[in-house]
Design a binder for this molecule. Sequence first.
Ligand code: SF4
Ligand code: SF4
Length: 337
Amino acid sequence: MGYQTTPEKINAIFSDLSKDFIIYAPKRFVGDGTFTDIDTIRYGEIADLSEIEFAEKSDYSFKEVLLPISETLFYFTENEIKESDVPQKGAIVFLRSCDLHGLKRMDTIYLENGAVDSYYKRLRDQTKFILIGCENSFENCFCVSMGTQKSDDYDAYIKVDGETVLVDSHWDLLDTALAGATPSSVIPDSVTANDTVVTISETVPQTLFDAPFWEDYGNRCIACGRCNFVCPTCTCFTMQDIFYTDNGKAGERRRVWASCHVDGYTDMAGGHAFRNDKGQRMRFKVMHKINDYKRRFGTHMCIGCGRCDDVCPEYISFANCINKLSDLVNDAAKEEI
Ligand code: SF4
Ligand code: SF4
């Protein structure tokens, strides 16, 4: 149901909801970027609509709410294991349409890909999602090419327009809180075009897996992993057992974000590593995002947020890579004719 209300009313509702939920939204962290005069926009707790950065794309995605950067799974001693406590409060997350599609990719990986990941599920089950509309496209976005520019699978949509707030609610708790607000027809803002357009080939011939094309990325990529850490659909983690210094037989097991671009990701016992070459790592990531995942689950993994292009210190463009790969696929098809 749609409503027209005021920032004061929404902030009062947030205040009530904060007894049971932590509210996360993209916030501007002044001077917290790569250099001291650069801001960063990432997720943090908010109590007031004015704290939310609506005007710009966030540098980081919402995923750390459901997949913390470092998460203790359980504690252990010599004799017993105790699972970490379920957070007492749920979460409310403000996010854009592309990221809502990214949420579906995370759900597929953690909930529908064999055994259910209980640590993800226990956070996911108590999280609500509020859509932020996009009045315009941002640099490097290619959501329209990926079909992620719109979503109606939200618990609420909120748009702040001066002293007016437009809400479309799919959440009965919010409907109850907004009883008495002016009914309104609310349609979420979404873009119809991006400056960046990508074309993805349906299939990539095996010959292109070993093409010299990937060597360029091997020469340029510095294996920093930033592209993975900003990506809302990168879901890899590694395990760490931490042993306490005052009792070396007790400790905790944590899972920590991992990156397929970083050295050591494919290291195995015995010293073998599957992808020492950085070009091969790029190929692995690209093919996972736009080929392998779709073959298995029916949609592309990449949702076209463009954050990997925004953040790469070597100006490696994922979008350009996809388009160059498509050209190579077309060239290979012509040669076969
Ligand atoms: S691969 Fe890049 S554009 Fe695609 S979802 Fe990840 S960060 Fe966004
Ligand atoms: S951000 Fe760029 S340099 Fe860093 S790992 Fe990704 S592709 Fe390589």
